[in-house]
Write a protein that binds this ligand. Structure first.
Ligand SMILES: C[S@@+](CC[C@H](N)C(=O)[O-])C[C@H]1O[C@@H](n2cnc3c(N)ncnc32)[C@H](O)[C@@H]1O
Length: 277
């Protein structure tokens, strides 16, 4: 079970495109032709924003023309980044209809609709054929998914033999409890954090091989310190997606997440693995 209505309620703004256009105009960008750099503070809805997307992409072996899947694609920033950097085609799927609508508008504004396609759907029952994709990635999505085993089995199904999977996750650390709200959940009852060991075991049970995990906590702490320093000097933080989407709750969500990472209650986790060939 995905908890679908709760998740979409949590993420739906109702006027996201209007808010985004106002934020872009305030930054001095043209909302009708924003460019990827102007969108990056808003369309990368995960810890460390575009920095984390670049890190995830750095280790990927994607050929031009490959068809890649983005699971939980949000408003499409990571999908457009991958398509632009590698010349690949990206299909994104996301449960939140408003995110999918905004993702399609932004993709069209960047002239990338021939390379990035967005489907509104559930990661646990994807409307894609078996062995459709050369590779798949997912950024900060699994904490919304209780049934990790079903999640990984469904991803394995749509990968070609030998296909790769890359995950950028908020995992459960060994520190104290997480305070809520966080950007992905208002309460502990709707947050499904798995530890790195549980993640690795679930992937192995699903049939993935060559599983490699790493955690770059220092990069997240440094990013948080850099953001706070900018704000203290009167500037905008480099990563503003949480503020755009969650409005008044965002400062508390961001503070809870930073504290949880510093206390190892949340451990940022990058995973790479492969479907056996
Ligand atoms: C924190 S956002 C990350 C969005 C995007 N990956 C990014 O990094 O910009 C989590 C996303 O996961 C999506 N999501 C949660 N559960 C899902 C499910 N079962 N199937 C598809 N998408 C899901 C939400 O709608 C939301 O867009």
């Amino acid at each position: 079970m995905t908890g679908g209505p709760d998740i979409t309620r949590h993420y739906t703004v109702g006027s996201l495109l209007e808010k985004l256009d106002a934020a872009l105009a305030d930054d001095g960008a043209d909302p009708a032709r924003p460019g990827m750099d102007a969108l990056a503070p808003y369309d990368q809805f995960h810890g460390r924003g575009i920095e984390a997307t670049v890190d995830l992409a750095d280790g990927l072996d994607i050929a031009p023309g490959d068809h890649v899947l983005d699971i939980g694609s949000g408003i499409g920033g990571p999908a457009r980044y991958m398509a632009e950097r590698f010349g690949c085609r990206v299909s994104g799927i996301d449960l939140t209809a408003e995110f999918c609508d905004v993702a399609r508008v932004l993709t069209a504004r960047l002239g990338m609709s021939d390379r990035v396609a967005i489907t509104n759907g559930d990661a646990l029952a994807m409307p894609f054929a078996d062995a459709a994709f050369a590779g798949a990635y997912s950024m900060n999505v699994s904490m919304n998914i209780a049934d990790k085993q079903a999640f990984y089995a469904e991803i394995l199904r749509v990968l070609k033999p030998g296909g790769w999977l890359a995950l950028s996750e908020a995992a459960r650390g060994e520190g104290a409890e997480v305070d809520y709200p966080t950007p992905w959940a208002l309460t502990a009852e709707s947050s499904f954090l798995a530890s790195p060991a549980e993640t690795e075991a679930a992937l192995a049970r699903a049939g993935f091989a060559d599983i490699q995990c790493r955690s770059d906590v220092e990069a997240y702490l440094a990013f948080g310190a850099k953001s706070r320093a900018l704000v203290e000097k009167g500037g905008k933080p480099p990563h503003r997606a949480v503020f755009l989407i969650h409005g008044e709750l965002a400062p508390e969500m961001a503070a809870n997440t930073s504290r949880a990472i510093a206390a190892d209650a949340i451990r940022p986790l990058e995973v790479r693995c492969r479907k056996p060939g």
